[in-house]
Write a protein that binds this ligand. Structure first.
Ligand code: PHE
Length: 436
């Protein structure tokens, strides 16, 4: 179960979105704030989702209904399904880019004589290639969801995760041999606190929710399959640690490269796709075969990490239609796939042919990212804190966290305090200031 939850958490959020946010929000200071958000907000919210899921052994909406019958709290579940669906629709776009880079890598197209900024720009604004890749990725997700997640994907994430970590480790070493290594390190380690604005804080909370797969019923659903002996606090601790280590290491790969290649750290969504090929080329330029295999392997693993996350986004929506609307599972899965594909195509085109039709001054892609990570997820987080911290009976929460008293959890009181006061007040304050 730790692996399944970690498979959902570790994905493009760590390797693509985290460096993008670090670059947009000024580097080291953002990372510090992010770590604080993960510890004081993310981790307690994750334990709370586990509590809701295992207490009820049901999907999120039913879970809220069972714990608070006849109240409006089930909106917490509906919110989750909605966010999952919106994120899925733009997640497949970035996953499609990853798929393209996998293919390009094996076709030996990512060679040193490219201007990768131009390469990326040309690709994402192309009228149909990014759309094709996004749709292929969506179909891959669909097939796994329909066939059932358990056997295949889970067994295989046991191999995939350690391998991904190993490759990331090698890439960090490679990055450290690049010319921009000093500047990169400074950017990552030397905080400039004058850069912290309310909107930077909101970005950090949003990134923590996104990366840890919180506030959308996904971990809650996974926890409904936990056995009576799973230690919820320990599991949350493991998932949070793995997720954070991967994200921070991704930062250590990308930023030395950013300063070596000469792109701006706030380049945006393309940052990773522009700098990574350069890392491969600089590191392995003299041994092309190894470089070629290595970069191919990296993109394959990233693709699989994206797939396990996409599955965890698809599943709650499918389960919702299946259980609440009584659709056959297959039909439910097709409905989600088709609807998310349509929105995904629009998102993808919003960076190319539809770039002239912005929504609130943003592309549809950026708008979806904004509205989920910076609006709906923080609101969902507040809801979960209030629900577990104030609405649920304290003894029920204690029983769940301590496995009916069989575990000694010395930090239970700290957890209660975080979930009742620190996390909700912090999110509310950051949310209001950040949006203003
Ligand atoms: N956490 C995933 C990632 O980092 C994305 C995700 C968000 C998955 C929300 C499920 C729920 O890529």
């Amino acid at each position: 179960m730790v692996l399944a939850a970690a498979g959902s958490a570790v994905g493009l959020g760590n390797i693509w979105r985290f460096p993008t946010e670090v670059g947009n929000n000024g580097g080291a200071a953002f990372i510090l704030i992010y770590l604080a958000c993960v510890i004081f907000v993310g981790a307690p919210v994750m334990v709370s989702e586990f509590v809701i899921g295992r207490r009820t052994h049901a999907n999120t909406i039913t879970a809220f209904r069972r714990l608070a019958p006849g109240t409006w709290w089930s909106i917490g579940g509906v919110e989750g399904v909605l966010v999952a669906f919106i994120i899925l629709s733009y997640y497949i776009v970035v996953s499609g880019w990853t798929l393209h880079y996998t293919v390009a890598s094996f076709a030996n197209q990512l060679t040193a004589d490219h201007d990768f900024q131009q390469y990326f720009g040309d690709f994402v604004s192309h009228a149909w290639w990014p759309v094709v890749y996004a749709l292929v990725f969506m179909l891959m997700t669909h097939v796994v969801v329909v066939r059932g997640v358990q056997g295949g994907i889970e067994r295989f994430s046991k191999v995939m995760m350690p391998m991904l970590l190993l490759i990331i480790g090698v890439l960090v070493v490679c990055s450290f041999s690049m010319s921009g290594f000093r500047e990169g390190l400074e950017f990552l380690l030397k905080p400039d606190f004058s850069k912290i604005t309310p909107s930077v804080l909101l970005s950090a909370v949003g990134q923590a929710f996104f990366s840890l797969s919180l506030a959308m019923g996904c971990l809650c659903t996974y926890a409904s399959y936990f056995g009576p002996d799973t230690n919820l606090v320990k599991t949350a601790f493991s998932v949070v640690t793995i997720d954070t280590v991967v994200a921070v290491l991704a930062g250590f790969i990308i930023f030395p490269a950013v300063f070596s290649v000469g792109v701006a750290p706030n380049e945006g969504a393309g940052l990773v796709f522009i700098t990574l090929p350069s890392v491969f080329n600089i590191a392995f330029g003299h041994v092309p075969l190894i470089g070629y295999l290595f970069s191919g392997l990296f993109y394959v693993l990233l693709l699989l990490a994206a797939l396990t996350s996409a599955i965890s986004l698809h599943e709650p929506v499918t389960a919702y239609l299946h259980e609440e609307w009584h659709m056959p599972r297959r039909t439910a899965a097709w409905c989600v796939t088709i609807a998310a594909s349509v929105l995904g195509v629009l998102c993808s085109l919003s960076m190319g042919p539809l770039a002239d039709y912005p929504i609130f001054g943003m592309s549809l892609f950026d708008f979806f990212d904004f509205i989920t990570a910076k609006v709906i997820m923080p609101l969902g987080g507040i809801l979960i804190c209030l629900f577990v911290g104030r609405r649920m009976d304290e003894e029920a929460v204690r029983a769940e966290v301590t496995n009916e008293g069989r575990l000694r959890i010395p930090i239970f009181r700290l957890y209660r305090f975080l979930i009742r006061w620190v996390a909700p007040l912090a999110i509310i304050a950051i949310f209001i200031r950040g949006l203003l």
